[in-house]
Design a binder for this molecule. Structure first.
Ligand SMILES: Nc1ncnc2c1ncn2[C@@H]1O[C@H](COP(=O)(O)OP(=O)(O)OP(=O)(O)O)[C@@H](O)[C@H]1O
Ligand SMILES: [Mg+2]
Length: 363
């Protein structure tokens, strides 16, 4: 069993806090993605786990062993970076074998392991080539081969696919996921790309400003973001966050989103509002795919002006102007409408979320 646990871990560079009081449990054989914006503390977290940095505060455990002071070479982890450096003068075979050769592993064992790893990564035909004779994706697979040949307890990967083109990146994502399931090794994968995180991870840990904002399955992070920032970071396009005020109209509690947009509160959200006063500032979260163009009959509708139409190939994204904000709606490809026209927006109530406008926390 290999689980990695961080408790109250902090790390500063001079006065700059890179990681602050971080609690994180990576489960045995889990594919955990650390997702967050640039400068959020993702690489620092990974380097702390690898032992390349020492925490100022807090503890790091592998299973029951506290490893704060354990040197990196004794942790049996391998790290793959964005700029994977293969030895240019060595063949793919020699590159993969390198970590075993330096440990004086017997020759037969080295040959056997290199063969296994190359067949797993589908690079057996490349073994005699040097890095400059291979494509970026092939070199990347050789670098992965070198990382897994040691049979580490934990894989640590820091944006390992960001140098590849879009098609290769998509292919490698799936290969990595398959490989991790096959090898049954705990894998911690750092990325700032939400699509990558959603498509690969068993669980996603969202880290921003050195703090853990939320940890959960891709579905939880997508459907129940704990925070308005996460809501606006995930999804393509991300969730709309519409500023609104809690109001009362003829004994009914409503959300006042703009001059001509007063929304009835969906039943699913009423219970969350009991402690709030009339006039409270909120953000209404609704995904572009949960808004439709409809008619006034619906309870949750609102009129707005078409501001822009964007075609993404497989869908159309329509931007509406609502007060000062732009609200995006995603609909089928080829949708025809004129800029400047007014239309009725219908919200699919069951999927709406509310956030406190000040703290950003989900209600
Ligand atoms: N060696 C260092 N010296 C000083 N400050 C550092 C050092 N490494 C990181 N930092 C700072 O710590 C914070 C977290 O950096 P980190 O590299 O962990 O972010 P990140 O989430 O990996 O970002 P990116 O997505 O850009 O790689 C940043 O404010 C960064 O400027
Ligand atoms: Mg980084």
């Amino acid at each position: 069993m290999v689980q990695v646990r961080l408790t109250g871990v902090s790390k500063k560079y001079g006065d700059v806090p890179a990681v602050e009081k971080l609690d994180l449990l990576v489960r045995d054989r889990e594919f955990l993605t650390i997702l967050g914006p640039s400068g959020g503390g993702k690489s620092t977290t990974l380097r702390l786990i690898a032992g390349l940095e020492t925490p100022d505060e807090g503890d790091i455990h592998i299973d029951d062993l506290r490893i704060n002071e354990l040197p990196p070479r004794d942790r049996n982890m391998t790290m793959v970076f964005q700029n994977y450096a293969l030895f240019p003068h060595m063949t793919a075979e020699a590159n993969i074998a390198f970590p075993l050769v330096v440990k004086h592993t017997p020759k037969e064992e080295v040959e056997k392991r290199v063969k296994e790893v190359s067949s797993l990564l589908k690079i057996s035909h490349l073994l005699k080539r040097k890095p400059k004779e291979m494509s970026g994706g092939e070199q990347q697979r050789v670098a992965l081969g070198r990382a897994i040949v040691k049979k580490p307890n934990v894989f640590l990967m820091d944006e390992p696919l960001s140098n590849l083109d879009a098609a290769l990146r998509t292919e490698m994502r799936m290969e990595l996921k398959r490989l991790q399931k096959q090898l049954q090794t705990t894998l911690i994968y750092v990325t700032h790309d939400q699509t990558e995180a959603l498509s690969m991870a068993d669980r996603i840990a969202v880290i921003k400003d050195g703090k853990l904002l939320q940890i959960g399955s891709p579905e939880e992070i997508y459907n129940q973001p704990a925070d308005a920032w996460i809501a606006s970071f995930i999804g393509n396009p991300p969730m709309n966050l519409i500023s609104c005020t809690l109001a009362r109209n003829n004994d009914r509690t409503t959300l006042h989103a703009a001059e001509d947009c007063v929304l009835e509160i969906p039943k699913s959200l009423i219970s969350k509002l009991t402690d709030l006063e009339i006039g409270a500032k909120l953000k209404l979260g609704v995904r572009p795919e949960d808004i439709e163009i409809g008619s006034k009959g619906a309870t949750l509708f609102c009129e707005a002006e078409i501001y822009l139409l964007e075609s993404t190939g497989d869908s159309t994204v329509i931007d509406f102007k609502m007060g000062d904000s732009i609200v995006k709606l995603k609909t089928k490809a080829g949708y025809k409408a004129k800029i400047g026209e007014r239309a009725q927006l219908v919200f699919t109530g069951s999927k709406m979320l509310l956030f406190d406008a000040e703290t950003g926390r989900a209600l």
